[in-house]
Design a protein around this ligand. Sequence first.
Ligand code: BES
Ligand code: MN
Ligand code: ZN
Length: 497
Amino acid sequence: MSAMTFTARDIKDVDTAGTQCAIVPLFEGAKLAGAALKLDKASSGAIKSALALGDFSAKSGESLMLPGVGAIKRILLVGCGESKSFDRAAARKFCHQVYRALESKQATTAMLHLAALELKEKEAIWTLTYLARHLVACAYRYTETLSKPKEPWKLTRLVVNTSGALPSGAAGNALRQGRSIGIGVNEARNLANLPGNICTPSYLSNRARKLARNNAKLSVTVVEEKKMRELGMGALLSVSAGSDQPAKLIVMHYKGGKAADKPYVLVGKGITFDSGGISLKPGAKMDEMKFDMGGAASVFGTMRAVVDLGLGINVVGIVAAAENMPSGGATKPGDVVTSMSGKTIEVLNTDAEGRLVLCDALTYAARFKPATVIDIATLTGACVVALGSQATGLFANEDKLAEQLLAAGTDTHDRAWRMPMWEEYQSQLKSNFADIANIGGPGGGSITAACFLSRFTKDYSWAHLDIAGSAWDSAPKGATGRPVALLTRYLLDRAGQ
Ligand code: BES
Ligand code: MN
Ligand code: ZN
């Protein structure tokens, strides 16, 4: 399935330029001007008449589909509320309204007359970026394991008329960025939605190889269990010990910058199914633990967007993939394992497995001499208790990195919230039998998990994103593709693009 296409053009002949749907956004109480006025005239005053009748008053969240005229098959009026209160939230609402109005229609093309709003350039740019991303994401259908595929959305092409008011280059760039982010979000959702019997660590490594195919800037290497043993990755290996599926450490290296530029490293938790291991989880909703590779999925999605955008920076995506299962060979509570860093870990609970695969991947990350390292993980139920599904939990050992990530989250409405990682929490991880325990007791579970990881990330700027709540929706059940938008924005900002 190829994603929708977008183009920005300065269209002069608004009343005759053929489209299956002309989209006219309007502010409350504003006088019709530009394209809106031309379309009104062409349609014998249909827009003015709708306003006069009170059928449509341009309030935010309102829309009205009118019959078209000539080559313009339909005219969609979309309310944007009061012009003085048009902010990112209103822009998002506008984008959602566009989808809602076209969702069930047969239109395959549409033309957005954005200039009718007379937005400032900055506002127009984030509206277009969000619109392209939103429409691409709305077109996503999960079909992999259905015998009858779902009906696809008909719309495949959107033209944005800049009316000369907005540089077509900047508008095109915004659309391109939004589209790439949407494609990345869908990649993450699709991988996370796949069931555990299909999406195994081996499946993920094949997916990475596929992503690198025909791509000179992207190379993939997979560290197999034998090599992990040589590297001393005893923590990672302790998680896959009970599974018939071998663990894979997948490394995707994107070289878009100069050879000497330090890479931005993303590390994803890729537990393709988390049964809890010997510390078996309760049965209810255990199926949701197929989403426990949501962090890995977001690394795939972000890499996909980075490749698609051809960013001028170096990025390394690392996925620590394993399945957490009970068996005769499984790691047991009380077992002590040695991590790649040399630190010994007492595995008091085999269900705290995410930090075990991550700690070795984070130690491995140091070899890339990273500019920053960001790990993404469905790490703790405690994070869901603390923040629900709205915010991703953010932990960092450097304020600048934390602020940059928070800003990227705000910009993309893929928001994170910073959590404390004070020294005082570290003592909860004390063990009598190893350097560190893998659980920190009942209080502050997402914080002690982050503290555990912090023991392995002392040599570089590091942030940890706990997406246990934000990575999926429960009704309808499905992956959200978060935080691909946040991460891609963060990388776009670093690339100055
Ligand atoms: N994958 C889970 C975390 C999780 C729970 C994600 C619910 C999404 C929804 C993780 O591996 C886990 O089991 N964490 C334990 C840690 C505990 C044993 C210290 C948890 O949160 O209960
Ligand atoms: Mn677990
Ligand atoms: Zn887990």
